[in-house]
Design a protein around this ligand. Structure first.
Ligand SMILES: *Cc1c(COP(=O)(O)O)cnc(C)c1O
Length: 365
């Protein structure tokens, strides 16, 4: 297989040094390994700007969706009702999970290129006092739209609700002050902006909430409370932990800190994203999301013409060293380019030149 860089938002391109951490097989119950788990849990709180007095990190095996599902299973009891705000496929995945688990929920669905209006959410909460929890995706990776996290946090706080944020594709790449926003549960995973490899997810939990969740979960494996209690005791995961992934993730956090933390990473991602969008605009690609709602994570581009052949385009770009992402919209033809991971301006320049070459007709040769 030819080597390529991923312009997909997770798994993403990681550094060689992160990958090298996986060349050694660690023992799950050895103290040195447990110390890595403790380090990660502590550092994730620092990244979340959350005090260990009020917050704790629970790591969970599986991809990001397992983390979201574990929160739904473990924190919403039979007496609760969940409001799910959705403007993309990941919001819809939360709805599907709620249905599957049998949670009492309502959904508020928006167009994929739109964010909620405060008055609409307030209306829903005013008219349905049964609602106890609110769930929303922060950066909707479906389109690249960014949802107003400060506003939902304020509403949730004013109404005394419990707030669940899927910050999968934003945490570590966009500053989020979990403590100030008083987010109750924030979920992300190892293979997004922290720039680790896939294999586990994590939940930043407000302790005063989580402590009340004993016995809620109808799933043994996804029981966030139980996982927390076990992990808190001595740093050991319940059941086998993804040792290689955990070691690589610890290294990835070190490298995030070396880069200058979340702010510095956010700057790099923003620069990548602005460059990408302006260069592609000049080549003839329009972005689906308007600029003020666009995240610095991933961009959806519309096909430049009706007869645009995405798979031909994809192969052309892949042969030259970059992998793109198909679109996830049903009503318009689109594709996506992620700009997170070990990706720099020179990579963006390069991929844009390749795309320009393709549009210039090189493909017809
Ligand atoms: C990546 C991602 C997830 C998790 O997806 P998995 O396939 O389970 O890793 C959830 N929500 C958002 C917004 C994501 O970007």
């Amino acid at each position: 297989m030819e080597n390529y860089k991923l312009l997909t938002p997770g798994p993403l391109t990681t550094t060689k040094t992160v990958k090298e951490e996986m060349l050694f097989d660690r023992c799950t119950w050895d103290d040195e390994y447990k110390a890595i788990t403790k380090k990660i849990r502590f550092e994730l709180l620092e990244i979340a700007v959350a005090s260990p007095k009020d917050y704790t990190t629970v790591l969970m095996q599986g991809s990001g969706s397992f983390g979201v599902e574990s929160v739904l299973h473990s924190t919403i009891s039979g007496k609760d009702k969940l409001l799910i705000i959705s403007n993309g496929a990941y919001g819809e995945r939360i709805i599907k999970m709620a249905k599957c688990i049998g949670i009492n929920y309502i959904s508020f669905k928006l167009e994929y290129d739109n964010v909620f209006k405060t008055c609409d959410i307030k209306d829903i909460l005013d008219n349905d006092i049964e609602i106890t929890h609110i769930a929303m995706v922060h950066s909707e990776t479906t389109t690249g739209i960014i949802n107003p996290i400060e506003e939902i946090a304020k509403i949730s706080k004013d109404y005394g609700k419990i707030l669940i944020i899927d910050a999968m594709s934003s945490f570590g790449g966009i500053p989020i002050n979990v403590q100030n926003l008083e987010i109750d549960y924030l979920v992300s995973s190892s293979n997004k902006c922290i720039q680790g490899v896939p294999g586990f997810c994590f939940v930043i939990c407000k302790i005063e909430r989580l402590i009340k969740c004993f016995g809620n979960s109808k799933s043994l494996c996804l029981d966030l409370y139980d996982q927390w209690k076990s992990m808190d005791k001595d740093g050991q995961w319940r059941f086998t932990s993804p040792t290689h992934v955990v070691a690589a993730f610890s290294k990835a956090i070190d490298e995030l800190i070396e880069e200058g933390g979340v702010e510095a990473r956010n700057d790099r991602y923003k620069k990548n994203n602005c460059l990408l969008r302006s260069k592609l605009k000049n080549i003839g690609f329009d972005a689906y999301i308007k600029e003020e709602l666009q995240s610095p994570i991933i961009t959806t581009f519309l096909f430049p013409s009706e007869n645009f052949d995405f798979s031909d385009f994809y192969n052309y770009v892949k042969e030259r060293g970059f992998v793109l992402y198909p679109g996830k919209l049903t009503e318009v033809n689109s594709f996506r380019i992620g700009n997170i991971g070990e990706i720099y301006e020179e990579d963006i320049e390069k991929v844009c030149n390749i795309i320009e070459g393709y549009m210039g007709g090189e493909k017809h040769e």
